[in-house]
Design a binder for this molecule. Structure first.
Ligand code: NDP
Ligand code: GUE
Length: 289
């Protein structure tokens, strides 16, 4: 039995936002420019609306400008593309985030390809994905960036550690694997076709759940002492009939086995927003500097 450390992403993100606020103030005093983040939300998905509201509030608290564009779910693709092009041309906008998933009649890749890579604070444009893959400066996806910050804060150097990322999406799993490789981890990406997923997970010094299946990763899949990062955000109905959030990892089972673990909520989620603000300041610096 080990004592499992809690990795407090909420507190880390708060500290990060306070530091950013100071950096934004200096940047604005020196350049006269207020960094601006535009968020585009297509449709009425209530969970998305909560994220957009949180992002907007924290953007303003950090001293940046927040522009929200809410379009109805039946908006034509060409109208979404026209809005993105207008934001590309708007000098007050340094970062553009189009909330995913988009309604099924819209071609997500076409929308992402239209965002100016220099304003792509999500890091989802192929130019940024490619730059990350070949080791050039890039705008890096926020959730993977937040995960690696928490890992380095917990472990120091990650060099030589076995990292297993469960999930291979373009927005979390794949870019996270790139970042871990950059930190000199030995990286395995697992997915729905992986044979013996529990066995693969048990090899991991660093185990990351980015699947979207409530508590799928069980306690006995975790190598004793491993550091566990839970990216999953799953809304489930508890025995009491109330909705609550759980991650992709069975958090209670992990206690006494994992060396350290992020909670849900209060782990990776707040880091995602803090990294989004950091990317927006970076994009503003690149534009002005
Ligand atoms: N905390 C945060 O800030 C964020 C949290 N999230 C959350 O992270 C989770 C993942 O998101 P995202 O990457 O967008 O999800 P996707 O649905 O795009 O990808 C899920 C991945 O999990 C894999 N998978 C699904 N089922 C299994 C299984 N039974 N065994 C092994 N692998 C499986 C899929 O494999 P395959 O490719 O083979 O289908 C796929 O690669 C979600 O819960 C989401 O809400 C997402 C973004 C930010
Ligand atoms: N273009 C795009 N970029 C994204 O980064 C993006 C997206 N689309 N679509 C949806 C996912 C999901 N996502 C989250 C961000 C913050 C929290 C977050 O702050 N969660 C808090 C609170 C959760 C709550 O209580 O509702 C927590 O985990 O503690 C969660 C999820 C970003 N995503």
């Amino acid at each position: 039995m080990v004592e499992t450390r809690l990795i407090d992403g909420k507190a880390f993100a708060q500290t990060m936002r306070a530091r950013l606020k100071g950096e934004v103030a200096v940047f604005t005093a020196e350049t006269g420019v207020t960094p601006g983040l535009a968020v585009v939300l297509v449709g009425e998905d209530p969970a998305s609306a909560v994220y957009v509201r949180n992002k907007g509030r924290q953007t303003v608290e950090a001293g940046m400008a927040s522009f929200e564009h809410r379009l109805p779910a039946n908006t034509a693709q060409e109208d979404v593309l026209a809005l993105v092009k207008a934001l590309n041309a708007d000098d007050d906008v340094h970062g553009i985030l189009v909330q995913l998933p988009l309604p099924s009649h819209i071609d997500t890749q076409a929308v992402l390809a239209t965002i100016d890579p220099a304003k792509d604070v999500d890091g989802f444009h192929v130019v940024n994905a490619g730059r990350l893959a070949v080791g050039l400066d890039a705008l890096v996806p926020c959730t993977p960036l937040g995960c690696v910050m928490l890992l380095k804060d917990t472990l120091g150097s990650l060099a030589g550690l076995e990292a297993v990322v469960v999930g291979r999406s373009n927005i979390v799993g794949k870019p996270l694997a790139q970042l871990l490789l950059r930190e000199d981890c030995t990286v395995t990406i697992a997915h729905s076709r992986t044979r013996d997923l529990p066995g693969v997970c048990r090899r991991a010094d660093i185990l990351i759940g980015a699947v979207g299946r409530p508590e799928m990763i069980r306690g006995d899949w975790i190598k004793p002492g491993a550091t566990v990062i839970d990216v999953g955000i799953n809304r489930v109905t508890g025995a009491d009939g109330k909705n609550r959030l759980v991650g992709d990892v069975a958090f209670e089972e992990a206690q006494g086995i994992a060396g350290a673990i992020t909670p849900v909520p209060g782990g990776v989620g707040p880091m995602t927003i803090a990294c989004l603000l950091a990317n927006t300041l970076t994009a503003a610096r690149w534009r002005v500097g």
